[in-house]
Design a protein. Sequence first.
Length: 374
Amino acid sequence: MDKSEISVLFERYKKGECTEEEIQLLHEWLAQGNFERTEISEEEALHNLEPLESLLPLKRKTEQVYRLYQIAAYAASILLVLGLAYYYYQSEFLYNLQHTSLDEGLTALDPGSNKAVLRLDDGTSVLLDSVHENSVLHIDGASVQVNKKGQLVYLSQNTSDVAKSNEIITPKGGQYEVILSDGTHVWLNSESRLSFVNNFGNQSERHVELEGEAYFKVSHNAAQPFVVSVNGQHIKVLGTEFNVNAYHENNYVRTSLVEGSVLFNQSRLKPGESAFFKDNKVDIRQENMDDIIAWKNGYFIFFEETLEDAMKKICRWYDLDVSFADEGAKSILFGGSISKYENASKVFKMIEKAGNVNIKVHGRKIIINKALTL
């Protein structure tokens, strides 16, 4: 790119107008460190480098990469190019040397899909992914429909006055969206359970219980608050959008507010804040909501996340079990994003390169070990 192209691209990036291809070009320019060819100072470029990197595909975040960016700012450009060339050559060489037959083991491991079980008040179950599109079911005194979008919709005009308990359960490799009788939308992540009544009409509050993770878009009703109970804690809202992560393996409840206002126990959250409940304490933090609800929008996003935590999300979606042959591999950090709808082989190939690890596949069992280093 010439001087004018870089300057225009940099200004577009700061305004948030860059395409993915333009971001990639800008990242390559930053890595080369040719700041003297433009009117952009080294200080300004490096100040914007960190948020830029977090938008790129999976990239291993190590001290070696960090040192290369320091070289880009202060060393001669020719030495930098040689250093980067050696780094990428070394990574590619090790990957080809150690790569096991991931294609053979993972070609049949497709991503998850919309599937769930609806459990009725009498204990009987309905497999929702087997219900024909636009079918209307009359169950527990209510009418429900699986529409063209794959949503389970409770038709409020066809609901009896007697409230019955229902549950929606998503397995590993499944997700589902339900529209409750009051119009509230709930997106359930894999391995989650939502308990509710099929008719809120005669209830003092709209009460649901959650295990796992869900995103809520609550229909406003000031006279009838919406309450989510999770692991003994309560989230109270009138009308808002928020995410709740309460997988038992995490040992915490994380409530993240996207829009509106919620009361988590005695703590009121503002948009952009998350409340972490752990060890009977609440910690409120500012967080990027786009990262938190990426699962709902079809992406995995990892921001300085350990390989162990990343693999929990990935294996939950692809219905896999993971073990670490090397305990040290659990703490490797990642940053970046990838579509949830890629085949497992592509996801794990990227992880092998980005994390410098070796992945072996035995059926639905994934074994991870640190890769060899030169």
